[in-house]
Design a protein. Structure first.
Length: 626
């Protein structure tokens, strides 16, 4: 079997392509210490081979199956009791993101729908991290795109989505339009404003794109008075401007349609995914009001494709820093470069650490100095510098501050200021549901994971057994007042969110999830009556797990009473939980490298360098937040 995976191209049959990796994983699971690394290396070489991946897709046309093979391979290598080499694990872990870039293209969902492969389109959608609202909208769009000879299956899909539809006017409008196309009641025309002159629409698009302003506004907020309406409360620009541009396109499809396409493209380019998708959601509502159903459908497809795109903001330099430290490479040049880049922020008042990348870089350097090089004073100086940097966008600052807290704990620095900064940032996130969700994540870290447990092994065991339990969930505080939220140009937290005090109300008005999902985590709480103020409610949120896994890795790394080998083995088991979050994955892998007693660090160097090269930090002018 080992020899066959070296000559995988001889195995063109579907069975070999689909099952060979699984057989290697089974062999790895029972292999003794002497051969575990050999099996791990063979498995990694197979599943990350570009030729193997192409052959698998040629034979199966099933990227979901290939993704599952990659995930299973990562889980097998991470769980091996006897594998010690780091490079197979790192190789397969980093391949998760490479796979997504190569094979997970959002438009493939809609291409499958147009071909009539509705079930396959739904399966492809499940491979993306779409929240419930977007997932339901896209499933309705799949039904809308189905060819005429698949109308019955399309209507069956529409019926299934309707049964679980989130309470939302846009989703209701979309459902009714799809139902009408499939033979249901005809929907009356949705109103649009009177189209302005073409020059007005051109000015809107030019200003959004930065052609007539010093700074781009594509993060989505602006005071109403700056948009030509009275008042100072910020709103999403797309809510105000989207209907105007759709009206322009409906009046003049050639010139107005081109402007609408450009406007959508500018919002789609926003690397701040949470705000990008809220703006795109507003645009989806606007294009559904287009009087031409076919054009509305095609525009909705373009918007949904953009919404499924991954955020461009990732940090992947930590692994390279840790590997260099373990290889004995001098870090002074990296340190001086990192500090030099932060000097630019200090010199320009209007610049901040927009995406938190500078602080993450300093934290990674500090951990390498402290753990690998045994230089805690240098580490603490770097962390102090990171703490002094002007904060960036709150949605990025909150998790960055949590990382700084972990790094300070590792290096003997103060933890409380970073935890306080995380809560302040969470409270100041503009978009209310995003603010609430991030606050709940920070609450869980502060209330449950600091100062933290002393015995991590049973915790990791429980995480592996079931990560979607109350223990590993964010925490909502009933009656949350978001006390650190700035006044003035912050979006108001709606009263329905502030006063929600029952599980169904929290599900509907705060966390946009189903009542059953939130009840499952809170079986000790009443379902049909108000909860006491300051009660803690567990919130379903699978995207919290990678952040939590990074926190656990930091705690394990800090346990100097454990042997390095024991710490490394425990951190290895956490790696699969961060596979969907490149930044958290980089953090865990760097801590694994620092924990390992020894390792194949030279083999890791090109893998780490390639990962760091994939990191493309956007210019701060690409987004703005009050």
């Amino acid at each position: 079997m080992i020899e066959s995976c070296e000559r995988w191209d001889e195995h063109r049959r579907r069975y070999a392509l689909v099952h060979l990796a699984g057989h290697l994983g089974d062999e790895l699971a029972v292999s003794a210490a002497g051969r575990a690394d050999e099996f791990a290396a063979k498995l990694a070489a197979l599943v990350t081979n570009a030729g193997y991946q192409r052959a698998h897709q040629d034979a199966t046309a099933d990227p979901a199956g290939l993704q599952q093979i990659l995930r299973a391979a990562l889980a097998s290598i991470a769980a091996s009791e006897h594998a010690v080499a780091l490079s197979p694990l790192v190789q397969v872990a980093l391949a998760q993101e490479s796979f997504r870039r190569e094979w997970l293209r959002p438009d493939s969902i809609f291409a499958l729908a147009e071909q009539g492969s509705l079930r396959e389109a739904e399966r492809r959608l499940a491979m993306f991290q779409a929240d419930d609202h977007w997932a339901q909208a896209i499933r309705l769009l799949i039904a809308w795109l189905a060819p005429a000879d698949e109308r019955d299956r399309a209507d069956e899909l529409r019926t299934r989505v309707r049964a679980e539809l989130q309470p939302d006017l846009l989703l209701s409008l979309l459902h009714d339009q799809v139902h009408a196309v499939l033979g249901g009641p005809v929907v009356g025309p949705a109103g649009l404003p009177a189209p302005p002159s073409l020059e007005v629409s051109q000015e809107i698009v030019s200003r959004l794109g930065g052609a007539t302003a010093n700074e781009s506004h594509i993060s989505g907020f602006e005071p109403l008075e700056a948009s030509g309406r009275p008042g100072t409360t910020p709103e999403y620009l797309a809510e105000l401007q989207g209907p105007i541009l759709v009206a322009t396109a409906a009046h003049d499809w050639v010139a107005g349609g081109a402007l609408l396409d450009e406007y959508i493209a500018i919002h789609a380019a926003n690397p701040y995914a949470e705000y990008r998708n809220r703006s795109l959601w507003a645009l989806l509502g606007a294009v559904l009001r287009h009087p031409d159903s076919y054009r509305a459908r095609d525009l909705a497809r373009t918007i949904a494709t953009a919404a499924l795109g991954r955020s461009a903001i990732v940090f992947q330099e930590g692994l390279a820093i840790a590997v260099d430290a373990r290889r004995g490479v001098e870090l002074r040049d990296r340190e001086q470069e990192a500090l030099g880049r932060t000097e630019v922020l200090a010199a320009l008042r209007w610049r901040s650490d927009s995406w938190g990348s500078h602080q993450r870089r300093l934290a990674a350097l500090a951990e390498a100095y402290c753990v690998a090089l045994r230089k805690p004073h240098e580490a603490q100086a770097l962390l102090a510098r990171g703490t002094q940097l002007p904060s960036g966008f709150a949605g990025f600052q909150a998790p960055v501050s949590l990382t700084l807290a972990e790094s300070n704990a590792l290096c003997g620095g103060p933890v409380a200021p970073a935890l306080d900064a995380a809560l302040t940032a969470a409270h100041n996130i503009q978009e209310p549901p995003f603010c609430a969700r991030t606050t709940a994540r920070v609450n869980a870290m502060r209330h449950r994971w600091w100062p933290g447990p002393t015995d991590f092994e049973p915790i990791v065991d429980r995480l592996i057994a079931d990560s979607l339990t109350a223990e590993f969930s964010p925490i909502h505080i009933v009656g949350e007042v978001y006390r650190h939220r700035g006044a003035g140009e912050r979006l108001d937290i709606p009263d329905a969110m502030r006063t929600a005090d029952t599980l169904p109300a929290l599900a509907e008005f705060v966390y946009r999830t189903t009542p059953s999902a939130i009840r499952r985590l809170n079986q000790n709480l009443p379902v049909d009556r108000a909860l006491e103020r300051d009660s803690e409610v567990s919130v379903p949120d699978s995207r919290f797990i990678p952040q939590l896994a990074a926190r656990l890795a930091a705690g394990i790394l800090a346990q100097t009473g454990r042997s390095p080998l024991a710490r490394a083995r425990l951190i290895r088991r956490l790696v699969p939980f961060a596979a969907e979050n490149p930044t958290a994955l980089d953090t865990i892998l760097s801590r694994l490298v620092l924990a390992a007693p020894d390792g194949d660090f030279e083999a890791l160097a090109p893998l780490a360098a390639d990962a760091a090269a994939q990191m493309d930090e956007p210019d701060p002018s690409l987004a703005r937040e009050f």
